[in-house]
Design a binder for this molecule. Structure first.
Ligand code: 8YV
Length: 314
């Protein structure tokens, strides 16, 4: 029996799961009935298919005594109780590589939209302000500016590759230096923010990165600086971000992720210097199909006793 916490947008993925397993679809259960439902089906569940956002917490895991594998449709592991999984010998898989380029594209899109005020100027045209000949303030060019990448893994490096083509200088920070990279590493996150015009958050959500982007980092990025976040909302002190954007301590922000999704603070939505997207970094037809296929392949491999294609080393 497979517990499916969310459907894939790719029908062929859902069909393969339905064909191979007895699927229990959690998203079709009303929130108030979820606990009772899970207590009933839980003892039969041997596998869970979940998303990067939903993960699987310790409380739910406790209701699944026969659980053998958690297949995450995403790369974020922040919502999975990895310690419990390890203790119980439960395998965990993710969907690396296949989403890297699409997520990097969204980071670049948010950066361009923020720097050149594309969304605000779209409204400017639609609302007739252009026709009324209202003035348009020129933006600042990207050329010669510095993009700092916080978290220089696959996604961070894919973003660097793209931004180099825009004539941006690049730097990164993460605790572990990347051997052989020609992108210089800053000494700390605070230094990276100080040295950058654009700070792009690509690090995993962990206890160590929680609220790493705090008031000091935002002030170091500065009044002409831009924060881009395609990682997890938890890495940013959202209250501090709102204050910095409101008070002109920070120039602008392009955000695909938030602290309490899908709720986005009204204060953030009301600010003119933000570009906001609903966590769509990996949401393309092709990538969601490839991610979903990896979920299927990992589950099939597990139950066939074969090596897992993309296991998490836990
Ligand atoms: C998705 C993600 O939002 O990979 C992740 O960790 O956040 C995204 O790809 C989600 O996991 C889709 O299922």
């Amino acid at each position: 029996d497979l517990l499916v916490l969310a459907p894939s947008p790719a029908a062929v993925v859902n069909e393969q799961l339905e064909q191979a397993y007895t699927c229990h679809r959690a998203w079709q259960v009303a929130p108030e009935q979820r606990a009772a439902w899970l207590a009933e089906v839980g003892p039969r569940i041997r596998a869970v298919a979940t998303t990067g956002v939903l993960g699987l917490g310790a409380a739910d895991m406790a209701l699944l005594p026969k659980l053998e594998i958690i297949a995450v449709n995403g790369v974020g592991l922040d919502a999975v109780a990895l310690d419990v999984a390890k203790q119980r010998g439960i395998a965990v898989t993710t969907t690396p590589n296949v989403l890297t380029d699409d997520v990097a594209d969204v980071a670049v899109g948010l950066l361009l939209a923020s720097a050149r005020r594309i969304v605000a100027l779209d409204h400017f045209v639609r609302d007739g302000a252009w026709e009324r000949r209202e003035p348009i303030k020129p933006a600042l060019s990207l050329r010669g500016k510095t993009a700092g990448i916080f978290g220089f893994g696959q996604i961070g490096q894919a973003i660097a590759l793209r931004l180099a083509a825009f004539g941006l200088k690049l730097r990164y920070y993460q605790p572990r230096a990347i051997a052989g990279s020609d992108v210089p590493r800053s000494d700390s996150l605070l230094d990276l923010a100080r040295e950058s015009d654009f700070l792009i958050v690509c690090a995993p959500g962990t206890p160590a990165t929680r609220k790493a982007i705090n008031a000091d980092v935002l002030a170091a990025l500065g009044p002409q600086g831009t924060l881009i976040n395609i990682a997890r909302g938890a890495l940013v002190d959202e209250e501090a971000l709102i204050a910095a954007l409101r008070d002109g301590v920070l120039g602008s922000a392009g955000l695909d992720v938030f602290c309490d999704e899908p709720r986005v603070p009204e204060a953030l939505r009301a600010l003119p210097n933000t570009v906001l997207t609903p966590h769509i970094g990996s949401l393309t037809v092709e990538t969601r199909q490839a991610m979903g296929q990896l979920v299927v392949d990992n589950l099939h491999a597990h139950f066939a006793g074969l090596p897992l294609p993309t296991p998490v080393k836990n």
